[in-house]
Ligand binder design. Structure first.
Ligand code: 13P
Ligand code: ZN
Length: 284
């Protein structure tokens, strides 16, 4: 390569912005720190993936430079060419803000649909979350419903798991109990909460089951494990989980003593007032 080529390459690199200052990296840092401090994500618990805009990523990274490729172990052909920022497997949410390049990665789904091309991150040789099947398959489901969908967030919030432990695995019943415990709930998640039975996590099977639920719900509880929230942005996914968790806390604190649950008439009134359509078959 001639000196002019070298200069062009260097110049190209110089005009690229610092990825550590990218809004999507900073938002991952802020969100993981928040989730950790809320007590939702012990140790390496939880994972987040966010679909990125290719043009925006190109402001920070050379999209022709693939650091390494990592097989995903499942077919995500519907996402070929799509770029995601994803938390790393085994990484602690509390550490992300101090070392984003080790704890996060930016991957692009390669042409074969089964390989992830690493464009940035996982600096210590790491890889994406073990829950990538549930994340990518859920992205496929949600994008089919809403082209503006962007975020899949998984977490282990304490009261949500506790409430799931004492309630039947019945989506309508679980949704009803949440709606009855806090007037915000029907307004924030009128579409309800899906539930999967206890399954082995980190597998394609739980990924497929989650994605099936995501065709109907933005929130899916994994029995004895945690919850998934999705949204058009980080706030939507976070706000959904936050509202379920707050409500589950109220439910658990009043368990066995509740005398003032919200009547169905009021829930219908809330739905009308806030112009939302409640999941069918829940209200009498
Ligand atoms: P990862 O560390 O692989 O993201 O797993 C954490 C987790 O929550 C598994 O469900
Ligand atoms: Zn988990």
């Amino acid at each position: 390569m001639g000196i002019m080529d070298d200069l062009k390459k260097t110049a190209g690199k110089l005009v690229r912005k610092n990825i550590l200052e990218a809004p999507f990296v900073q938002e991952m840092c802020r969100t993981t720190a928040n989730m950790y401090r809320l007590g939702w994500d012990e140790r390496n618990g939880g994972n987040i993936s966010c679909l990125l805009d290719e043009k925006e990523v190109a402001e920070y990274l050379d999209l022709n430079e693939v650091i390494r490729t990592i097989p995903t172990g499942f077919d995500a052909s519907a996402l070929i060419g799509r770029i995601f920022i994803v938390t790393g497997t085994g990484k602690y949410f509390k550490n992300v803000e101090y070392d984003p390049e080790t704890n996060l990665g930016i991957i692009r789904i390669a042409k074969d649909g089964t390989t992830a091309e690493l464009l940035w991150g996982y600096k210590d040789g790491g890889r994406f979350t073990s829950e990538l099947p549930a994340h990518l398959m859920s992205h496929i489901s949600r994008l089919a419903i809403d082209p503006a969908h962007r975020v899949v967030m998984h977490s282990h919030p304490t009261y949500t798991i506790a409430m799931n432990t004492v309630c039947p695995i019945d989506e309508k019943e679980f949704t009803h109990r949440l709606w009855q415990s806090n007037t915000e709930s029907i307004v924030v998640f009128p579409d309800g909460v899906g539930i999967l039975p206890c399954m082995v996590c980190g597998t394609n099977e739980i990924g497929e089951a989650t994605a099936e639920k995501m065709k109907k719900f933005r929130l899916v509880v994994w029995t004895n494990h945690g919850i998934y929230g999705t949204g058009r942005d980080m706030d939507e996914a976070f706000g959904l989980i936050e509202t379920v968790e707050k409500t589950a806390q109220i439910y658990m604190l009043s368990l066995g003593h509740a005398v003032n649950v919200i009547p169905d008439e009021i829930l219908k009134g809330l739905a009308k007032r806030f112009d939302v359509t409640p999941l069918e078959g829940v209200l009498k």
